[in-house]
Design a protein around this ligand. Structure first.
Ligand code: ZN
Length: 219
């Protein structure tokens, strides 16, 4: 047990104990991370992802992704845009829905599409839905994704913003998923945008962020 520096802003964190689990909370940027000792094994996490019924036949799941596309992607896409879906999952449903719109979509997923399709490429839009909460080092991933953006390119991220109140956080179902390692507040995303010199194009109070590259990021 011990405190660590925040994985996003490097401020010192405070320990939050919930049941048998241990979290590090950052009062500076609002980021919360599960202690590394509580991470699931790589294979166990993969098995758990396979249990999700996230197929193209799942109408609720498709509606959620269609909403993401229409609010976070479509308004910002030009004809011929190149898209990467980062963390495309066991069944790349979002990629399929975007391809149906005629966009040129690559996918990557550490478990299910590990071939580095993005190598030597750059993108106008990178989407990442329900992925950031699973990352061990979100800032490193963010750096990598920003480096793959064209000038003026966009990053559209969906991850649920945590409730600020520790008591509500304690009972939050999203926290209880054993594969969720990172929890962002809206202001954590604003902080990340500042670190990587991104403009905030869109951010809601629930789970959506669209960030735009200002130019040539050298971070
Ligand atoms: Zn922080």
């Amino acid at each position: 047990m011990g405190t660590i520096n925040c994985k996003i802003c490097s401020s010192s964190t405070e320990l939050l104990l919930i049941g048998d689990s241990e979290y590090h909370t950052c009062s500076n940027c609002g980021f919360i991370s599960l202690s590394e000792g509580f991470y699931p094994e790589f294979e166990d996490a993969r098995e758990r992802y396979l249990l999700h019924n996230n197929s193209i036949e799942n109408a609720g799941y498709v509606a959620m992704l269609e909403n993401f596309i229409s609010s976070c992607v479509e308004p910002f896409v030009a004809e011929g845009s190149r898209v990467l879906d980062f963390g495309s999952g066991p069944q790349p449903v979002l990629a399929e829905l975007m391809r149906r719109r005629g966009w040129d979509v690559d996918i990557y997923d550490i478990h299910f599409a590990p071939e580095r399709s993005y190598e030597n490429k750059s993108y106008d839009i990178i989407t990442s839905t329900e992925v950031f909460e699973h990352l061990v080092e979100p800032k490193d991933v963010m750096r990598k994704l920003v480096g793959l953006l064209n000038v003026g390119g966009m990053l559209a991220i969906m991850t649920s913003f945590h409730p600020k109140d520790p008591e509500i956080f304690r009972n939050w179902r999203y926290r209880m998923d054993s594969t969720h390692l990172c929890f962002f507040a809206r202001r954590t995303m604003v902080h990340m945008a500042q670190i990587f010199r991104l403009d905030v194009l869109l951010m809601d109070d629930k789970n959506l962020s669209v960030l735009k590259s200002q130019g040539n990021p050298k971070v």
